[in-house]
Design a protein around this ligand. Structure first.
Ligand SMILES: Nc1ncnc2c1ncn2[C@@H]1O[C@H](COP(=O)(O)OP(=O)(O)O)[C@@H](O)[C@H]1O
Ligand SMILES: [Mg+2]
Length: 255
């Protein structure tokens, strides 16, 4: 299996001296659905943000689709970012605009959403946006305002927007953390389909072990900026679980 993402001895220090990533080594192969577990503050968001250079890494190496992320700038950085669709817990949509406009904005990569509304779109882009809405089961909602959709539907709009770049990789930072369990499962189902049908490699942080087991092909757990577990979802037993989340973790909350 070809590696889409290669991370070697990655460190991240924030300005105030906090050492958020302490030598991460991780390869993610094409078509994997990698679940990132770990307590709040363990470094999940930092890792995902380093991967597409939303923040600068301090040292180490990241390669995505064979390109060096940490050294990348200009054209190479744009190429890397086009390969990566980002999904966030808070959806990051413009709620007063239509579903279609939000999805179309994904075509512009990292240009600010507000700026993109003045942009005129090509018919081909509109067709692609409708096709991507169909992939997340929302084609009927294209002309509704985002604010009138439920949380789960809004997250599916965000997924459709990410698909506008034809990404090789989707990085999802706690995409279901603000959703109820049934809706969370539904959103994960769409990510699972994209992973299987379109062979998009996924790294997704979350806290539900049940979802990790159902959708993940691999689990990576972080604790204090270090990888403390890496393996198949079914390998996480009671003991491992406590190692990841601490003795005092209430399993019922997390499962
Ligand atoms: N912008 C920042 N400035 C300083 N420290 C930060 C910043 N963002 C995160 N951290 C610190 O880095 C560590 C990892 O945080 P984060 O990556 O957000 O973890 P997670 O996503 O797993 O909750 C924490 O100790 C956090 O306080
Ligand atoms: Mg986080």
């Amino acid at each position: 299996m070809k590696n889409v993402i290669e991370i070697n001895d990655l460190h991240k220090f924030y300005d105030k001296g906090s050492h958020a990533l302490k030598g991460i080594n991780l390869n993610v192969g094409e078509g994997e659905f990698c679940i990132l577990l770990g307590l709040s503050g363990s470094g999940k968001s930092t890792l995902l943000r380093c991967l597409n250079k939303l923040i600068d890494s301090t040292s180490g190496e990241i390669r995505i689709c064979d390109e060096d992320v940490i050294k990348a700038s200009g054209k190479t950085l744009r190429f890397i970012r086009r390969q990566i669709g980002m999904i966030f817990q808070q959806f990051n949509l413009i709620k007063n605009l239509t579903v279609l406009t939000n999805v179309l904005s994904g075509k512009l990569g990292f240009v600010s959403l507000v700026h993109s509304v003045t942009f005129s779109y090509h018919q081909a882009d509109i067709e692609a946006a409708m096709e991507n809405l169909k992939r997340v089961g929302l084609e009927k909602f294209a002309f509704k305002k985002v604010k009138n959709l439920s949380g789960g539907q809004q997250q599916r709009v965000a997924i459709a927007r990410a698909l506008m770049q034809n990404p090789s990789v989707i990085l999802a930072d706690e995409p279901v953390a603000s959703l109820d369990p049934a809706t969370a499962d539904n959103v994960m189902k769409y990510l699972g389909e994209l992973n299987k049908k379109d062979n998009i490699t996924v790294i997704c942080s979350l806290h539900f072990l049940s979802l990790a087991r159902k959708y993940g092909s691999r689990v990576v757990a972080l604790k204090d900026g270090v990888v403390v577990f890496e393996g198949k979802p079914c390998e996480i037993d009671e003991k491992k679980f406590k190692e990841i989340y601490g003795e005092e973790a209430e399993e019922v909350e997390i499962r």
